[in-house]
Design a binder for this molecule. Structure first.
Ligand SMILES: Cc1cc2nc3c(=O)[nH]c(=O)nc-3n(C[C@H](O)[C@H](O)[C@H](O)COP(=O)(O)O)c2cc1C
Length: 427
């Protein structure tokens, strides 16, 4: 059977009317075999129809047979596995994508100063984050809509993070509900929050997260409006209806003018959110509140003043303000301002264990990983996410051994040299 035949057979067999999760129009724009397979996978999950499982799914597994050895290889597998629209959504950044590139490249300009003749026969990567023990200083960053990467969505990610004993931050814009994720496995999880113009919706989400055992609220503060992601505009990226908001808000927006994400976000996000609102958030929950999206010493000091429980240095994976600095280049500025009073977490561009080591040396308590998790999920589902976490953990362990650090606490500022250090040396 050639591909053309397969395509028509499978499209005939899937009952698109049943695919409530998916906008049926979207299905028609995919044309390559791999893209079609992905759609079939999603359709299967919704319809539970045996007829759609067959050669396409099998071929997809063959495609993914080779075990990737690093995060970049997972990214390539994800690119092959996903419809272009979804891959671009996950991989892309804002406007010229200058910050997107810098997030990764800035790590490459930091060098490690290894120490020798230290007994490194035992390495312990475990640490404590916000009072919780974890296997490594690695967390799962909140990223939206995991079901576009894999039919099991955030539940697969949650299971992988629970098995690896690392903390997952569930996105406000998840495709599995808060309850589905909470009941999928026992683990320490945080909940990421956007504040909507209709505050009662955000408050309701906080209450649901709290009721379902989430341990902290991560308030994202860099998104008064959505960044301009041009790939999504070109692709007319379509967001599925998010089950968490069923009966509360509709995500259906006319896509004729481009991506519906921007139109949806501008309709719902509260651009008036400001420092005094941290007080409001603290008043509606007993959970600790961290803020995600701080890039300057000034904002770090304000955060201390309003009494947040932690700061996450993040530029939203370079999806918001292009030409904002790479996160690793400003981490130390924030760490110095905070003076150890609250934990500083970090995300943006972490692709290697050496990157984690560098961020810890510059004062982060832990790093969060965004896209690598999605790439693992897209390529191999829950197993892929586990592989990505373990790969990064193993790389960190090796870096520690080769640098003379037996524990996470041993990693300190003198283990790295930055561009600024090198300039100072020359003066
Ligand atoms: C596809 C995608 C969706 C994201 N969705 C959210 C979100 O819903 N909430 C949020 O606070 N951050 C979101 N982020 C930002 C991540 O939490 C994180 O800051 C970023 O991905 C870290 O950079 P990295 O992808 O280079 O690891 C998203 C990032 C990506 C790539």
């Amino acid at each position: 059977m050639n591909l053309k035949d397969e395509k028509s057979v499978y499209l005939d067999e899937v009952e698109f009317e049943d695919v409530s999760f998916f906008n049926p129009q979207t299905l028609m724009i995919f044309d390559s075999s791999i893209q079609l397979m992905h759609v079939i996978n999603i359709a299967h999950e919704v319809t539970q129809s045996r007829t759609v499982i067959g050669k396409p799914v099998f071929s997809r597994l063959i495609e993914m047979e080779a075990e990737p050895v690093n995060v970049s290889e997972f990214q390539e597998l994800a690119r092959l596995a996903l419809p272009k629209m979804f891959y671009d959504f996950y991989a892309g950044g804002a406007e010229d994508q200058h910050t997107l590139e810098e997030n990764v490249k800035a790590f490459q300009r930091i060098f490690i100063r290894p120490r020798v003749l230290i007994d490194v026969s035992r390495i312990d990567t475990s640490t404590t984050i916000m009072g919780y023990n974890t296997l490594a200083p690695i967390m799962i960053a909140p990223t939206a809509m995991h079901k576009l990467a894999h039919p099991e969505g955030e539940v697969a990610t949650a299971r992988a993070s629970a098995n690896a004993n690392v903390i997952m931050v569930l996105s406000f814009n998840s495709t599995c509900t808060i309850e589905e994720v909470a009941s999928s496995c026992n683990a320490v999880r945080f909940f990421q929050l956007y504040v909507y113009k209709r505050r009662e919706i955000s408050a309701f989400m906080v209450q649901r997260a709290e009721r379902n055992g989430f341990k902290a609220i991560v308030l994202t503060v860099d998104t008064p409006r959505l960044g301009r992601r041009e790939a999504d505009i070109k692709n007319k990226m379509i967001s599925p209806q998010l089950k968490n908001f069923e009966g509360l808000i509709s995500t259906e927006v006319d896509t004729d003018k481009g991506s519906n994400l921007q139109a949806f976000a501008s309709g719902v996000l509260d651009a008036s959110l400001c420092w005094k609102d941290i007080g409001w958030l603290k008043s509606i929950t007993s959970l600790p509140v961290l803020i995600k999206g701080v890039l300057t010493r000034e904002d770090a000091l304000r955060a201390l003043e309003v009494g947040v429980a932690g700061i996450i240095v993040s530029n939203h994976g370079a999806r918001q303000l292009d030409y904002s600095p790479s996160t690793i280049s400003v981490l130390e500025e924030v760490v110095v301002a905070v003076q150890g009073k609250i934990p500083v977490l970090f995300d943006g561009g972490v692709r290697r264990g050496t990157d984690i080591f560098k961020a810890l040396a510059l004062g982060a308590q832990a790093v969060m990983i965004g896209r690598p998790v999605i790439y693992g999920l897209a390529a191999k589902g829950e197993h892929g996410v586990s592989r990505v976490i373990n790969m990064l953990k193993d790389e960190l362990e090796l870096t520690m051994a080769l640098s003379g650090c037996c524990t996470v606490k041993d990693i300190c500022r003198s283990h790295v040299t930055t561009e600024i250090d090198r300039v100072h040396c020359r003066l």
